[in-house]
Design a protein around this ligand. Sequence first.
Ligand SMILES: *Cc1c(COP(=O)(O)O)cnc(C)c1O
Length: 432
Amino acid sequence: MKNNMIATQYDGKVLTEIAGFSISQLVAEQGSPIYLYDAEMIRERCADLQVFETVRFAQKACSNLSILALLKEQGIVVDAVSAGEVLRALAVGYSPTSNPPEIVYTSDIFDREALQVVAEHRIHCNLGSPEMIEQLAEVQPGAEVTLRINPGFGHGHSQKTNTGGPQSKHGIWHEQLPACLERAKACGLTVVGLHMHIGSGTDLEHLAQVCEAMEKCARLVGPSLKTISAGGGLPTVYRAGQTSMDLAQYHRLWDAVRNRLATEFGHAIGLELEPGRYLVAESGYLLAEIRAVKRMGENLFYLVDAGFNNLARPILYGAYHPMAICPVGGRASSENRDVVVGGPLCESGDIFTQEDGGVVSRRSLPTAQVGDILVIGCTGAYGSVMGSNYNSKPLAAEILLDRGVLRIIRHRQTVEELIANERSALETVVTR
Ligand SMILES: *Cc1c(COP(=O)(O)O)cnc(C)c1O
C-alpha cells in the first residue's frame, strides 16, 4: 500500500490507521505514549532529494539506530554534532574514511570527549570556531577540514532555530575567514570544504541568499576547495496554508554556484545538502491516550499521557503540530469541538496547543472520550530526540512500521533504568 499521508489530510479529523496499522490495536498492545515512524514516508522524502548528489542527514533530528540504518540503505550519509552521534553513526556501519566522508562532525566546540572520538576514528570535521583549528591539528595533523561560516545573516521558523547573524553562536564569522585560512595553513590543515547553515524551517528566499555568500567565501579559499555544503533548513508542511519548497529550483541555484566554482578552480566541486527535519518530520506520529476530558471555565481540555517530556517543540517554539483523534471501541465522533490539549506534567506550560510566547490556543478536534487516542503528527523530527525524564517520566517507546511489519526500535524506558545511575545518600561513595 502506498502511504503518503500528509498533515493536511488528517489534521483535526478522525484517524484510525497509520501505514495500514490500526492505531487503537497498536496502543492496546504496546501501551502509550508511543512514537511511530512510517518507513515508507522516509524513503519518499529521500527520493525527493535524489537530484542532490550528497545528502547528509543531520541526525540530531532523529537519531534512533534503526532510522539511521534505514537512511543508510537509501544512500544518505550523516552529520554528527557530538561524540555520541559519531558513535551512533559508527554503530550502524557508516565509514569515516570514505570519500566523501560518510560521517562529518559539525560543532562550534570540541568537548574533550568529542576530540578524543574524532582523533580515534579520524572523523572529518566541520569547524565552527577558530579555536577548533589548533585543537584539531594537534590530534589529526595534516587533516583536511571544512569550515562552517556564519554569513552574517540567518533565518528560522523561530528565533531559537535561526543559526546565522551576529546573535547566533554558530560558525566562523564571515569576516574572519581569511584569518582562519591563515591559521589552518600555519598548523598544517587543508581547508577542502565550506559549509553554511542559516537556520531550521526557513524558506527558499532566505536559503537562496546563502548561495551568494558561499560563492564569495569559496573564492577566498581558492582551488583547495572540493566541496560546498548548503546546510539544512528545508521546511516541512505542518499545517494548511504552509507551502513546500521548490526543490528543483533550489537545486538549480546551488548547482549554478558549484559549476561556476568548478570552472574557476579547474576541478569538480562536490555539492552537499544537510537536511534533518525534511527527511523525517512527516514520518513520525506521537500516540497518547486521553485520560481526562475536563472543563475549566470556557475551555475544554483533553489531557493525555504524553507531555513536553515527550514532545518539546510546542513549549520551546510555540510549534504547531497536526492532531487527530482515534476513537477506541469504534465510537466514531463526527462532531468537532474547540479544545485545549495538555499533558500530564506538573507544570502549566505542558500544553500542546500553544503559540509562540506560551499563549494557550484552542484546536478544533473530534469529540473524544477518556480512552480515545490523540495522534500528534509530524513529530519525526526533533520529537523523541528531545525527550526528557522530567517528572521522572520514562522515555516513550519508538516503533517503526515498514511494509506491514512492526519493529520496536526502542523499548519503553523503565523507571528502574531511569534511576539506575543514582544512589541514595546512605550508599553514596565520597571521594576527594
Ligand atoms: C540542525 C542542523 C541541520 C538540520 O536542520 P533542519 O532544519 O532539520 O534541516 C543541518 N545542519 C546543521 C549544522 C544543523 O545544526
